[in-house]
Ligand binder design. Structure first.
Ligand SMILES: Cc1cc2ncn([C@H]3O[C@H](COP(=O)(O)O)[C@@H](O)[C@H]3O)c2cc1C
Ligand SMILES: O=C(O)c1cccnc1
Length: 354
């Protein structure tokens, strides 16, 4: 992990400036493509190249179970994680549809599902059969948390070595909004009322129970808010740690990482805590309906690209935002430029300008 963190460099601001200068010469009023231009500059900074690439993307879903689910904090039973894994492997989940549309290769990594799984395409990296119920015991050992981070690094680096130029990150794990909310509560401190949401669609009464469970668990576990591995081992999730690792791995390879909703943003927050330079490699795709997401994004000082009232996870919001990265790249590469005389000229001699 230390080796990967040491390999994360600040992004290349000079390449971003060159991309911005190019954008200003394109046949449009400067700045008129708004956030798409910001995205183009960001991708140039990440790649260290004013003409960056975003294609092809890889979609990686980390799956794991949560002992805390037995406290009745989700609208669904733990078994659904396993059922969804088979759905992912069969190509029937929302992320399969959206990743396919984005032209992404899809990877499903079992870091801790509480069942023996088998199937074509399954990447078996199981560390344990779900976390411990963190109301009663630590979710996992520190060694297990570190191992999950290392697996995440390995998965991201492998996808990039196989040709991925951007990552679409996602997760599956019944109960993981409780774990993510607990992590956020530790990192942020203060009251937790505004960060605990309805997850898969629990009732107002269950949401109050979820809040109570988190409050009691934090009082019992007392994680060190400055220590990422300590937080993960106290109240974390194996898939949350896996995504933290994937963020670190991609940043170490100067590759943009598209962050999904609430859970994924919490993994990103942990990665930024481990290495602040990571933040400039992250692209926040959408605003989740989970209330903690707004809070986490504010802590990072980030505004997501889309707001579609999603509350699913799996990387669906990230896959939906991916085409914007490709648009930003194509604007940089394919638009015509004004000449010194102000007349549109051909940027590429094979093209005609109409
Ligand atoms: C069928 C189904 C598919 C999902 N895909 C993602 N999630 C999402 O919901 C879960 C988190 O919500 P909670 O903390 O309330 O359990 C995670 O698995 C997350 O990925 C799903 C949930 C369900 C039920
Ligand atoms: O935004 C998310 O990541 C999310 C929200 C609800 C349920 N699962 C995931």
């Amino acid at each position: 992990m230390k080796h990967t963190i040491n390999a994360i460099k600040p992004v290349n601001k000079e390449a971003g400036k060159r991309a911005q200068a190019h954008l200003n010469r394109l046949t449009k009023p400067p700045g008129s493509l708004g956030r798409l231009e910001e995205l183009a500059v960001k991708l140039a900074e990440i790649a260290g190249n004013p003409l960056p690439e975003a294609a092809p993307p890889a979609s990686i879903v980390f799956a794991a179970d949560h002992g805390i689910a037995t406290e009745g904090v989700s609208a669904y039973p733990q078994k659904v994680t396993e059922q969804m894994v088979y759905n992912f492997l069969n190509g029937g989940a929302a992320i399969n549809v959206l990743a396919k549309q984005a032209g992404a290769c899809f990877k499903l990594v079992d870091v801790g599902v509480a069942a023996d799984l088998e199937g074509t395409g399954l990447i078996d990296k199981k560390i344990r059969y779900g976390t411990g119920n963190f109301l009663k015991e630590k979710a996992m050992t520190r060694a297990e948390a570190e191992q999950a981070i290392l697996i995440g690094i390995e998965m991201a680096v492998e996808a990039i070595s196989q040709g991925a130029r951007s990552l679409i990150l996602g997760e599956m794990g019944i109960g993981n909004t409780t774990s993510a909310s607990a992590i956020l509560a530790v990192l942020r401190g203060g009251h937790i009322e505004h960060i605990v949401g309805h997850g898969t669609g629990i009732s107002p009464e269950k949401r109050l129970l979820k809040e109570k469970v988190i409050r009691q668990a934090l009082a019992a576990r007392k994680p060190d808010c400055e220590n990422v591995v300590d937080i993960l081992s106290a109240v974390g999730g194996l898939e949350i740690a896996g995504m933290t690792g994937a963020v670190l791995g991609a940043a170490s390879k100067q590759t943009p990482i598209i962050i999904d909703g609430f859970i994924c943003t919490i993994s990103a927050l942990l990665a930024v805590k481990l290495s602040p330079s990571v933040k400039d490699y992250l692209i926040f795709s959408h605003l989740s309906q989970e209330p903690g997401h707004k809070v986490a994004l504010k802590m990072l000082g980030e505004a997501p690209l889309l707001d579609l009232n999603l509350r699913l996870g799996e990387g669906t919001g990230a896959a939906l935002a991916y085409p914007l990265l490709e648009s930003a790249v194509r604007i940089l590469k394919d638009m015509a430029v004004f000449t010194d005389e102000g007349v549109p000229a051909l940027q590429n001699s094979e093209k005609t300008y109409n």
